[in-house]
Design a protein around this ligand. Structure first.
Ligand code: CO
Length: 137
């Protein structure tokens, strides 16, 4: 069902420092930071040949990732995202398998595509996002 790894999201305590580390130390292609107010995050996209790493920082204390950063003050991996062709079909398949889907009605994710999130308890402690991508393999 799943296709490519679309992105790995990492919450960081200092977005500028994290962007500099990926750019200067790892030599990665790092895009300028941008705010995604509808998601409560400021993000830096690190573009790799085969996937993207998203460096996330909360825009405010009410951000969905503010609690994560409080629990993990040094930062940490927040979720992985796999591509699917049909997120509604994927959601049904997951529910049929007994997986806890956090939002049964897909919402529009950070890339403008419908997404659902699967509970970390069902995926070995990793919050897992499924994103409907038009050209998903
Ligand atoms: Co994501």
């Amino acid at each position: 069902m799943i296709g490519r790894l679309n992105h790995v999201a990492i919450v960081v305590p200092d977005l500028d420092a994290a962007a500099a580390k990926y750019r200067d130390d790892l030599g990665a292609r790092v895009e300028p930071a941008k705010d995604l107010p509808e998601h409560g995050v400021r993000v830096v996209m690190v573009r790799l040949d085969n996937t993207t790493v998203e460096l996330l920082h909360p825009m405010s204390d009410s951000s969905p990732i503010a609690g994560f950063l409080k629990k993990n003050p040094g930062g940490g991996m927040h979720h992985v995202c796999y591509e699917v062709q049909d997120v509604v079909a994927a959601t049904k398949q997951m529910m049929d398998k007994g997986v806890k889907v956090l939002n049964e009605k897909p919402k529009i994710g950070a890339h403008g595509n419908p997404v659902v999130f699967l509970h970390p308890k069902d995926f070995y402690g990793v919050l897992t996002e499924l994103e409907q991508v038009p050209d998903a393999k």
